[in-house]
Design a protein around this ligand. Structure first.
Ligand code: DTR
Ligand code: CA
Ligand code: ZN
Ligand code: ZN
Length: 323
């Protein structure tokens, strides 16, 4: 199912945020005057700014967890379960209904964390997810603490805002993605046909804070893709279609099951070209993330601007696609 661009009425606070500008662009594109909900639609809430300091604080916690548990947060190791317990505690305190789904892979116990925000039409689920595991080589702060922390902070922002959209919001942190998307495959394979059909969109965030960042948007579902491109258009940041990761992250099991998917990516071991550096900044001839799957993927391996912009894009899409 395609998503239309969300009609978003702006009640712009004193400070016009990038999200508000993006939403205005969307509204104007729809021929309506900002400030008045288009005919036939009701006023909708604009996404809040996601404080990047909060996202970075989660990354600091994940780094500490890795450091205290053999240097990683990998499947089947203590650091993974400690990472899940950290995320779960935040969500439980914020009023989410959390579920820990257990599975076995490579003779080790793995876990998915699912968090449902009470309310909304449960036959219309908008789901956002990130893999929480790292490789054994390191802490996995960009891959994929960045996505996990952005999704966590967006969920916490839903709670802070008392946001209660038409659709039901679900968030997920996957185990054992690095072993071949094991956790997300387990989740999708264990959904009944009815429950699978209720998921109207799955948004995936895997590496969104790369130190030499690019701004890539998944080109799977056109409606979801359009929502992310609207957001970046509002920032005046050019994007490229994400092609490197087709089938390589947790959106793949959902796409294979017929669920509309989308997501964002800031780059891994591919090399940034001169043309890309000209539009995005950073260093041409260098990988987007030269610490990919390495021990140097620590909290020092993050570009704050990319993390901030992409975290705000997560919120923009969650707000925009659920109302
Ligand atoms: N994050 C990587 C998988 C990966 C490599 N390129 C892309 C592009 C888009 C999404 C994911 C990926 C990993 O987990 O190893
Ligand atoms: Ca922000
Ligand atoms: Zn990853
Ligand atoms: Zn990885």
């Amino acid at each position: 199912m395609e998503f239309g661009a969300p009609h978003m009425k702006l009640s712009v606070p004193g400070r016009v945020t990038a999200t508000a500008v993006a939403a205005t662009v969307s509204l104007l594109a729809g021929g309506s005057i900002a400030g008045a909900a288009p005919a036939g639609t009701s006023a909708v809430a604009a996404a809040p700014d996601i404080p990047v300091a909060n996202v970075k604080a989660h990354l600091t916690q994940l780094q500490s967890i890795a450091t205290a548990n053999g240097g990683n947060r990998a499947h089947g190791r203590a650091g993974y379960r400690a990472s899940l317990d950290y995320v779960k505690a935040k969500l439980d305190a914020a009023g989410f209904t959390t579920t820990v789904q257990q599975f076995t892979s490579s003779s080790r116990t793995g876990y998915n964390l699912i968090a449902d925000w009470p309310g909304g039409e449960t036959n219309q689920v908008i789901m956002s997810g990130s893999h929480l595991d790292s490789v054994t080589a390191g802490a996995g702060i960009n891959d994929n603490g960045s996505g996990s922390a952005a999704v966590l902070e967006t969920a916490l922002a839903v709670s802070r805002a008392g946001f209660h959209p038409t659709k039901h919001l679900r968030f997920a942190w996957w185990g054992a993605e690095e072993l071949g998307m094991v956790g997300s495959k387990y989740y999708v394979n264990n959904l009944s046909t009815a429950n699978r059909s209720k998921i109207k969109g799955y948004l995936n965030f895997d590496m969104i804070g790369s130190p030499n960042p690019g701004y890539f948007v998944y080109d799977d579902d056109p409606g979801i893709e359009k929502t992310f491109k609207e957001y970046y258009a509002g920032l005046g940041v050019p994007t490229e279609i994400e092609t490197e990761g087709d089938g390589r992250s947790d959106h793949a099991p959902f796409k294979n099951a017929g669920v509309p998917v989308g997501g964002l990516f800031s780059g891994a071991d591919y090399i940034k070209t001169a043309a890309q550096a000209a539009k995005w900044g950073g260093t041409s001839g260098r990988a987007f993330d030269r610490c990919y799957h390495s021990s140097c993927d620590t909290t020092a391996n993050i570009d704050d601007t990319a993390l901030d912009r992409n975290s705000d894009a997560v919120a923009y899409a969650v707000w925009g696609l659920s109302q």
